[in-house]
Structures are given as structure tokens and as C-alpha cells.
Ligand binder design. Structure first.
Ligand SMILES: *Cc1c(COP(=O)(O)O)cnc(C)c1O
Length: 199
């Protein structure tokens, strides 16, 4: 079980403290913020950067250059863009397919019934598909979503399950998470002021 330390909105001092404590696997939500955080820290031995936020097509080249793993592959167009930019850069991040297990209209992720096809398409395009990722609906018990993700992974022969955050990682581990993505439980509450409010 691997701890992905989520450093979005964290100050440099928090990154430095985590690195000094030996943490090497980090998750970031936004490509641009991740560049600011990590471009000057790429030489930390064993560093693994994972993109856990939505990826716009126009940011794919930057994402390919920075991340070891992209956890948010969720549409056919992104498969093509990742394959093209990976070939150009001679660098191919491993990928997880993000599944919208709760079928929430505004949430990123491929609908569960389209996940197998997207995995197949990504493999056919030459991407290294390692597993699946999900973010359960905030207002539901997460177990059923973690179980669904595990089921989809098994039938596709995928080993990696990125699921569980500060509020539900214990449940996720019970359902077989291989990676938990933890921000606030490690670093404290984020500065909410930095996130544009939606109202
Ligand atoms: C912010 C974020 C996390 C970490 O959330 P916490 O509740 O602070 O642990 C995990 N996964 C994703 C996709 C996130 O955006």
C-alpha cells in the first residue's frame, strides 16, 4: 500500500518537510502548480509525481514532461493526445483510468460502463495502463464505489487501485486500495481561499 502525499496548495516548506521525512510519491491536481512545486526538485532520488486532477488536452505535453503517472485518463481524445505527445517527448507516463463510479454529471471520469472500452483503447494506443482511480460521491458511503472500481480492475487484469482520501482511506484499504491519496490528514487543512468558489 503506497501513500501518495497530495501537495496541491501546499507551501514549499511542506514539500521540503515531506521530502526530508523520506516521502517520495506525490500527487498534484494542476499541471501548472505542479511545475512550480517540482520543476526545481526533480533530482530528489526516487521521486514519483502523479497527476490526480483533470487534464486538459492543451496541457498534455507539459504533463507528459513532468509526471511519472497520470491518474486521470477519462476520455478517448486524451488517449490520442497522450500517445502523440509521449511519442514526441520519448517519455511515456504510466496511466490510470479515472472512473466516475457515482455517475455524477459534473464529475470527471469515464462512466463505469465505458471503462473497459477506454482501457482497451489506451492499451491499443500503446499506453501503459496500470490501474484505475476513483473519487466517490461526497454524500455516499464509499465502500460500494471502491468495490465497483475493484471489480472493473479485476475484469481488465489491472492491479493498481488509487482510491481513498483523508476522509475514507481506511475503507479504501479494506477494499483493496494499492494507493491512497492523502492531503489534509498529512499537511493540515488546505487554504480554501486559493480554490475558486463555485456558487
Ligand atoms: C485533493 C485531493 C486528494 C486529497 O484530499 P484530502 O481529503 O485532503 O486527503 C485526493 N485525491 C484527489 C483527486 C484530490 O483532488
Amino acid at each position: 500500500m503506497i501513500l501518495t502525499a497530495v501537495t496541491k496548495t501546499q507551501p514549499d516548506v511542506a514539500l521540503e518537510a515531506a521530502l526530508a521525512a523520506g516521502q517520495r510519491v506525490f500527487g498534484e491536481n494542476r499541471v501548472q502548480e505542479a511545475q512550480g512545486h517540482w520543476s526545481g526538485r526533480r533530482d530528489a532520488p526516487g521521486l514519483e509525481l502523479r497527476l490526480i486532477g483533470p487534464l486538459q488536452t492543451n496541457k498534455v505535453a507539459d504533463a507528459v514532461a513532468l509526471f511519472e503517472v497520470i491518474e486521470t485518463l477519462d476520455r478517448p481524445k486524451l488517449v490520442e493526445a497522450l500517445a502523440t505527445e509521449g511519442a514526441k517527448a520519448g517519455r511515456a507516463p504510466r496511466v490510470l483510468v479515472q472512473v466516475n463510479t457515482g455517475a455524477e454529471p459534473q464529475k470527471a471520469g469515464v462512466p463505469p460502463e465505458e471503462a473497459d472500452a477506454l482501457v482497451a483503447q489506451a492499451r491499443a494506443a500503446g499506453l501503459t495502463v496500470e490501474g484505475l482511480m476513483c473519487i466517490p460521491p461526497a454524500d455516499e458511503a464509499p465502500g460500494i464505489h471502491f468495490a465497483l472500481l475493484r471489480k472493473i480492475a479485476r475484469r481488465n487484469g489491472l492491479d493498481v487501485l488509487s482510491m481513498g482520501m483523508s476522509g475514507d482511506y481506511e475503507v479504501a484499504i479494506r477494499f483493496g486500495a494499492t494507493h491512497v491519496r492523502i492531503g489534509s490528514a498529512l499537511f493540515g487543512e488546505r487554504n480554501r481561499g486559493e480554490t475558486p468558489s463555485v456558487d
